[in-house]
Ligand binder design. Structure first.
Ligand SMILES: [Zn+2]
Length: 117
């Protein structure tokens, strides 16, 4: 479970931003997680209280998580498609290509924005 490490690095990053901007309270942190990233959103939320202990700035912080859908690009025909389409057809839904595919989005794990005073 590497979610704890992610939560700590997010907390450190947010504290750095808070220091640079003289923030006194972090209201919410919004993270974007790719649909097929190895990060499990529920674990992130479970681990978050451990990060909260790092600073009083986090006393009332809500962790929000947005899931980014995975999309693939087929380099044979130029079609882009979703994870569901990929699963259904076992490759590119337009031309059937299975190897010459590129994952465009879906592995993200980053801080989208911070609400703070
Ligand atoms: Zn194709």
């Amino acid at each position: 479970m590497h979610e704890l490490g992610i939560v700590f690095s997010v907390a450190d990053k947010v504290l750095e931003i808070a220091r640079d901007n003289d923030l006194t309270e972090i209201v919410a942190i919004t993270m974007q997680i790719g649909e097929i990233s190895s990060v499990i959103p529920d674990y992130l939320k479970k681990c978050f209280p451990a990060a909260v202990e790092r600073s009083p700035l986090f006393a009332h912080t809500e962790l929000k998580i947005e899931i980014l859908p995975a999309r693939y690009l087929c380099h044979s025909c130029g079609e882009s498609f979703s994870l569901e389409q990929f699963k259904e057809s076992g490759g590119c839904p337009a031309c059937g290509e299975q190897d010459f595919l590129e994952l465009l989005t879906g592995r993200e794990c980053f801080i989208k924005n911070i609400e703070a005073y």
